[in-house]
Design a protein around this ligand. Structure first.
Ligand SMILES: Cc1cc2nc3c(=O)[nH]c(=O)nc-3n(C[C@H](O)[C@H](O)[C@H](O)COP(=O)(O)OP(=O)(O)OC[C@H]3O[C@@H](n4cnc5c(N)ncnc54)[C@H](O)[C@@H]3O)c2cc1C
Length: 504
């Protein structure tokens, strides 16, 4: 295969993860072609919730203002039992550490439309709809992909890398014969989306209805939109349970047929899976192709967008010769345990939520009352990889994003680069030659202004912190000697003396 590729990256799948990948790659200046077999954007929603971290990833695409118009910060969440007693109430609605609300809801097609808009406007990346990937070869120097074009003809494209973001049934994963580990038990749920008019619904934005006679979830979306999900019981007739009359009945009148305008009702199988391997040669799996979680914490798509935010800047560094190909192995080592954490949390929560036995439910309620914090798990650090790992308590954790006095979010001033935030005297004591290399590098921004870096340093409990382009902490330092050591470990050929930079 010639080294003249058609693109740096071919992305299989134009769902939110594939299109998010194209958008992020485009912003970094890589070239990419996405293939999506469907001709039109999928009209119905699956995901309805993002967290603050994902809002920050999307902010990096320059769509924060548009996102604000199609998302709704969640204000209150609770869990209630069959007797309608509140077991735990989690206050939300405050701006969180990411400079965004910790929980927001949305209508998925609105967000996907925004992402496609970014791709349309970015030079070097494109999404080709109605084109199905039929075959690919994972070669030493790149990938060769065979597609069925919109007119039925065959096309062949080459790229250095391929990202399989082709969903739960991933053709890419199956072609590579990659199996998946199973977590928890699969369960069928009725998912109902629509508009609720002149009817109060529930007061809180998200409610886990731990009713053992029929477990359910309620989520209020922007405008008049609402989502309810109901466990399919053994005795249900799958055809009847999705009728308007059944929805009114199983929602206990919360979605009355006279005031609820349904957009769709469908039965989904909720699953917990993690692909055994996320990289084979030049091919990477991302999104549902790599992991599936029951949507109890609304983290499946969040995890998919974290995947591509983790991978995109590493591909960029390797493409530009700043880092070795081996840093791409840290995609799986960092992301897989993180995604697995959320799959396990969701599977555990699903187990609680899906209890249909009254005694087990009473036991469950007592456990929730005794341990209410389990209702709101906190994201773990990344797995071992491109950060100082166990050597540094903060490494691999997500950095905070400050909102500055003029309402500017700090990331908007920084770009997608490494950030060295330091007390001025600590930075100024660095070796002159190193400072020269840092200040000549397009991959690093130095942040010494206390008005801008104080919150970051305070949250990291350090005199200096190095943050990666995906906003995870590379490491912290308490003085200039430690900072110098840290910077020389960065995976940037222009900065380092050493050639290897993978820590476990
Ligand atoms: C009911 C429900 C509720 C959920 N709620 C949430 C939530 O609140 N928050 C959250 O974060 N997540 C949630 N999730 C999970 C979330 O919806 C998924 O994780 C996310 O949509 C996956 O996106 P994706 O791009 O990886 O895959 P998909 O959206 O499945 O996209 C894959 C695309 O690849 C295309 N494709 C497949 N094969 C080929 C091929 N050979 N050639 C070309 N194209 C191909 C497909 O047509 C498809 O468009 C929920 C899921 C469900 C089912």
């Amino acid at each position: 295969m010639s080294q003249e590729f058609d693109a740096d990256v071919i992305v299989v799948g134009g769902g939110p993860v594939g299109v998010g990948a194209l958008a992020l790659l485009g912003r970094l200046g890589l070239t990419a072609i996405g293939f999506e077999k469907e001709t039109e954007l999928w009209p119905t929603a699956r995901a309805v919730h993002f967290d603050g971290e994902v809002m920050r990833v999307l902010q990096s695409l320059g769509i924060a203002d548009e996102l604000a118009k199609v998302t709704k910060p969640m204000t209150a969440m609770h869990m209630q039992n069959e007797a309608r007693e509140k077991l735990v109430s989690v206050p939300t609605g405050q701006l969180g550490s990411q400079g965004w609300h910790d929980d927001v809801t949305f209508h998925q097609p609105d967000v996907e439309r925004l992402l496609r808009g970014v791709v349309d406007e970015s030079a070097g990346v494109e999404l080709r709809c109605g084109v199905e990937v039929m075959h690919f070869e994972n070669l030493d120097e790149g990938v060769r992909v065979t597609v069925r074009e919109t007119d039925g003809s065959q096309g062949v494209y080459t790229a250095r890398w391929l990202v399989g973001a082709d969903g739960a049934k991933s053709f890419v994963r199956r072609s590579l014969d990659i199996g998946a580990d199973k977590f928890g038990e699969d369960a069928r749920w009725v998912v109902v989306d629509g508009h609720l008019h002149d009817s109060p619904g529930y007061e809180d934005d998200m409610i886990f209805l731990l009713h053992h006679t029929r477990p359910a979830m309620w989520i209020r979306l922007p405008g008049t939109r609402v989502r309810m999900e109901f466990l399919v019981m053994d005795e249900d007739d799958p055809e009847e349970i999705i009728t308007p009359e059944a929805i009114e009945r199983i929602s206990h009148g919360v979605l009355p047929a006279s005031q609820f305008e349904p957009e769709r009702q469908a039965i989904y199988m909720f699953r917990g899976r993690i692909a055994k391997s996320w990289r084979e040669g030049n091919v990477f799996l991302a999104g549902d192709a790599a992991h599936l979680a029951p949507p109890c914490f609304g983290q499946g798509l969040c995890a998919g967008l974290r995947d591509i935010a983790n991978l995109a800047w590493k591909l960029d560094l390797v493409k530009r010769g700043q880092a070795k190909d081996s840093i791409l192995d840290t995609y799986e080592s960092e992301r897989k345990p993180h995604a697995q954490f959320w799959v396990e949390q969701a599977v555990t929560a699903a187990g609680f939520l899906q209890t249909t036995n009254s005694e087990e439910a009473a036991h469950r309620d007592a456990n929730i009352r005794a341990n209410p914090m389990a209702a709101a798990p906190v994201s773990p650090p990344l797995g071992a990889g491109l950060h100082r790992g166990a050597l540094d308590e903060q490494a691999g954790r997500l950095s905070v994003q400050s909102i500055l006095t003029d309402d500017v979010r700090l990331d908007d001033m920084l770009g997608v680069r490494f950030v060295i935030a330091a007390q001025r005297e600590v930075y100024e004591q660095l070796d002159q030659a190193l400072r020269g290399r840092i200040e000549d590098s397009r991959d690093i921004v130095v942040l010494l202004d206390t008005a801008k870096n104080a919150q970051l340093l305070q949250a990291s409990n350090a005199s200096a912190v190095v943050v990666r382009p995906d906003r995870y902490i590379f490491g912290t330092a308490s003085d200039s000697v430690e900072l110098q050591d840290l910077i020389e470990l960065l995976p940037l050929a222009n900065i380092r003396h050493e050639s290897a930079c993978v820590y476990t």
